[in-house]
Design a protein around this ligand. Structure first.
Ligand SMILES: Nc1ncnc2c1ncn2[C@@H]1O[C@H](COP(=O)(O)OP(=O)(O)O)[C@@H](O)[C@H]1O
Ligand SMILES: [Mg+2]
Length: 254
């Protein structure tokens, strides 16, 4: 793993009605990292993703991508072309298309001209197949997306991001609503995805975090409360106070 920075958030502040949702936030991550972001409701986690993807404009601060590019407020398609991909909480797949066709359609998201109607070349077909294998949906390739389970839909959406070959993937609570078995498969998938690219995962499920996270960043009231290995984070008195609480602490040590 290199120490090269893929993402650097520099002093980002976001205010809504005089309330600072992000408050001079500094945050960075390296290539090849799978970073988990946790924190209480309203801490500003989703807003951080909104800043990175220009859904919200910061009142001050910068987003630096890939070591040198200032991508603050860039339009979405330009971000996608440069390798930033975001998955939202609710799956947004085309339900009447098959798994394969969904991934095929997603190829065009990154190319400036619409290629939807052109048949895939051999190289593209290989790519679709390897992405389906990566997320474990190769046997479901010809199933209409509407017949997939909730977990499978989430994996399909991850496949639709992977086909765009992102350098940075942003996932907001990817395991919400999944069974424990699906969560385990997703955790393993995140680690397969990382390595070549960086993945930033917002997560609530502390059992999942403890199982699959290495470095965790804790956000609280729009700033970084602390950051470090998950074993340290779960024993940090401040984190226990503001986030984990007694119920979570019991869950963590179960
Ligand atoms: N577009 C918006 N307008 C006004 N307030 C917002 C907007 N987006 C988020 N907020 C507020 O910002 C705070 C942080 O929200 P969010 O980033 O969604 O937190 P988290 O994802 O950590 O739960 C919340 O208090 C929320 O109500
Ligand atoms: Mg959120």
């Amino acid at each position: 793993m290199t120490e090269r920075k893929i993402l650097e958030i520099q002093g980002v502040t976001v205010s809504f009605d005089n309330f600072k949702v992000l408050d001079g936030l500094d945050f960075s991550m390296n290539y090849g990292e799978v970073r988990f972001l946790i924190g209480p409701n309203g801490a500003g986690k989703t807003t951080l993703l909104d800043i990175i993807t220009s859904k919200t404009a910061p009142s001050s601060g910068k987003v630096i991508f890939d070591g040198h590019l200032d991508v603050t407020n860039w339009v979405e398609h330009k971000l996608v072309r440069h390798g930033i991909a975001r998955k939202f909480q609710t799956p947004s797949v085309f339900s009447s298309l098959t798994v394969y066709e969904n991934v095929e359609a997603a190829i065009s998201f990154r190319t400036p001209k619409l290629r939807l109607l052109r048949p895939l070349n051999g190289e593209q077909r290989d790519k679709v197949e390897s992405v389906l294998e990566m997320v474990g949906l190769q046997d479901r390739a010809h199933t209409p997306a509407e017949q997939l389970s909730h977990g499978e839909k989430q994996w399909l959406e991850i496949a639709m991001l992977l086909i765009q070959e992102p350098k940075l993937m942003l996932l907001d609570e990817p395991v919400a609503g999944m069974s424990r078995a699906e969560r385990d498969r997703t955790g393993e998938l995140l680690h397969r995805i990382g390595g070549d690219r960086a993945v930033l995962v917002i997560e609530h499920d502390m059992v999942f975090v403890r199982q699959f996270a290495s470095i965790v960043t804790v956000l609280h009231m729009g700033s970084r409360l602390c950051e470090g290995p998950v074993e340290e984070i779960q024993n940090d008195p401040e984190v226990i106070e503001v986030y984990l609480g007694r119920g979570h602490k019991q869950k963590m040590s179960a």
